[in-house]
Design a protein around this ligand. Structure first.
Ligand code: SF4
Length: 264
């Protein structure tokens, strides 16, 4: 029997997660943090989730050095309204000597300011922009408060031009029929990796209240059947930048990571 533990979710990318805000104005329909705060643990009503409340105690905290990559943030995003506290936390993480994986559906103004402020930390900072599709209709439905495709692409190009390490998360994959085009268009601006993963637990996390919801959920499900995942895997497996999340690995038979934070 194989007793080795496997890691999944944020642990595939980092040994620790840091956050300083409750709620997220991007209000993604599939968000696990939103699901946990509202439907699972009833800490707030769904209409409260988009209101971003800064946790001052976490902003003031002096960060320590972690024994591996730290992911920031994981349960909110970096938006113009919470830029200031996020900069304080990011600075504290970098000054402590950490390697930081900054994950965001990027706002161009925020990324421009981060590139300017943290240029001297370019070796410690890896940007990972979540861009699940290049179709704004899909992005607007699934991530109603987040930036559009062009703004995310411009942010990626800027970080790349400024000499930072760049990567993309296509997790969740929101437009599987066009994934090859999507990867091809992003890859010239990616130095590190492009991660591909399924939308997990869609039936429990996403509320199907309208016909539009049911159609959108079905489109995702049809796009991530085992058969379709094999097709995507075969079409992209030789692309050097591509990395597969646990949700894909277990279908195509790749050994899952056994240690957190390996990011590979
Ligand atoms: S950007 Fe991230 S934290 Fe914010 S709602 Fe979307 S999935 Fe959740």
């Amino acid at each position: 029997m194989n007793s080795q533990k496997t890691v999944f979710g944020t642990k595939e990318w980092s040994v620790a997660s840091v956050n300083c805000v409750i709620g997220c104005s991007h209000n993604c329909r599939y968000c696990y943090a939103r699901y946990n705060a509202t439907a699972r643990f009833h800490r707030m009503a769904p209409h409260q989730w988009p209101i971003m409340l800064v946790r001052s105690v976490d902003v003031r905290k002096k960060q320590r050095q972690y024994p591996g990559t730290v992911m920031f943030p994981t349960t909110h995003d970096i938006t113009p309204e919470v830029m200031e506290p996020c900069v304080i936390v990011l600075r504290s993480l970098l000054e402590a000597g950490n390697t930081v994986l900054l994950v965001s559906k990027p706002h161009f103004s925020c990324i421009a300011s981060l590139c300017w402020d943290f240029g001297k930390y370019e070796g410690q900072l890896l940007f990972r922009f979540t861009i699940g599709a290049d179709d704004d209709r899909l992005l607007r439905y699934w991530e109603p408060g987040a930036s559009n495709y062009q703004e995310r692409l411009s942010s990626l190009r800027l970080a790349y031009r400024k000499g930072f390490r760049t990567s993309v998360s296509i997790e969740p994959m929101l437009d599987s029929p066009n994934i090859f085009r999507h990867v091809t268009n992003l890859s010239p601006f990616v130095t590190d990796s492009i991660w591909i993963g399924k939308l997990n637990n869609i039936r429990s996390r996403v509320r199907a209240e309208t016909d539009e919801d049911r159609t959108a959920i079905k489109r995702i499900e049809d796009g991530q059947t085992n058969e379709r995942i094999f097709e995507i895997y075969n079409s992209l497996k030789d692309f050097p930048l591509i990395r597969w999340k646990d949700s894909v690995k277990k279908i195509v038979g790749i050994q899952a990571m056994s240690e957190p934070g390996r990011d590979e």
